[in-house]
Design a protein around this ligand. Sequence first.
Ligand code: MG
Length: 373
Amino acid sequence: LSDIAVLLLAAGESNRFGLGVKKQWLWIGEEPLWLSVARKFRGWGFERITIAVPERELPFFRRYSEFPVVQGGATREETVRKALLQMEKSPHLLISDVARPCLSRELVERILLHRDEAPCVAPAITPPDTVVYQNETVDRSQVLLVQTPQLCHTETLKRALEEGRGFTDESSAIRALGERVLYVKGERGALKLTFAEDLRWLDCLTPPSQRGRSGYGFDVHPFTPDRPLYLCGLEIPHSHGLAGHSDADVALHALIDGLLGAAGFGDIGELFPDNDPRYKGISSVQLLKETLSLLTSCGFRVEQVDMTIMAERPKLKEFKLPMEERLSELLSLERGKINLKATTTEGLGFVGREEGIAATALVTLRYFDWSRR
Ligand code: MG
């Protein structure tokens, strides 16, 4: 298999999926779907496996992947074209959607068996249902539903993609070039996960782990006059606010770091660099919202939050409840799963000298349970 490079496509936006979670980020046991599929191909003996991913998620894929990860494009065609430029050269390329997690080894072997018979070998099935096209019932035995993986001569595929005509798979591009496509028997098991209801058919997969993931966050900001003080997304009356690139809501920053830590996604500075003018003076509520939407799309759910704010002044006792309520609203989490503590440091250290405020957060995440749908 050394002359076959595998390209797994995970750069899609899951627009038809409709669950807020991207299908490549459904969790299978304790690994994301895309990683589980890549490991499956490796288990079948493929040594050169590359994964094409969305630009925005590149750092998160890199954190989880032992396989090379390349940046995809806005369409499938663009993704393959860009990936080819970034991958090591290889005579054959086997391209598959990560969203076909249940495809069998037999299917892959069937494709490989015919590797030298055409510049593109693709699995296909005939539709089980009656097919009507433009108000006429057509002979369904003449209709093919083309699946992946598709095995392509790399050079032919490169030529086929040059024109950029928006093909939805590689076999179409190669056929349009006038080259032969050999269709081999596909399988119902190679279903492409497209709509939320398809989750019902994924019984080849292990449900997500029920284990919680914890993350810890810590942050400090110094006081500065003439700036409002924000904590947990609320303005707190005080003579000083906090200095920082954003609105310096130290509590939300600790929370965001706790969230990212639990997901294994790095830290707030990597996601929202403090030299990026887009984030100058930005409300940390906005940063929290972006973090949550990222975690949601990658298959995580917030389960519990426990925070401590350390401040000598202002006294926070009377604001604890409103801050918890605000957190509950921002996290869409029941009040009982949020706990906020406030403490002084008994006059000791920078907090005690009223030079600034520190905050910590402990976060528990769970995987979105797709198996219960
Ligand atoms: Mg900060």
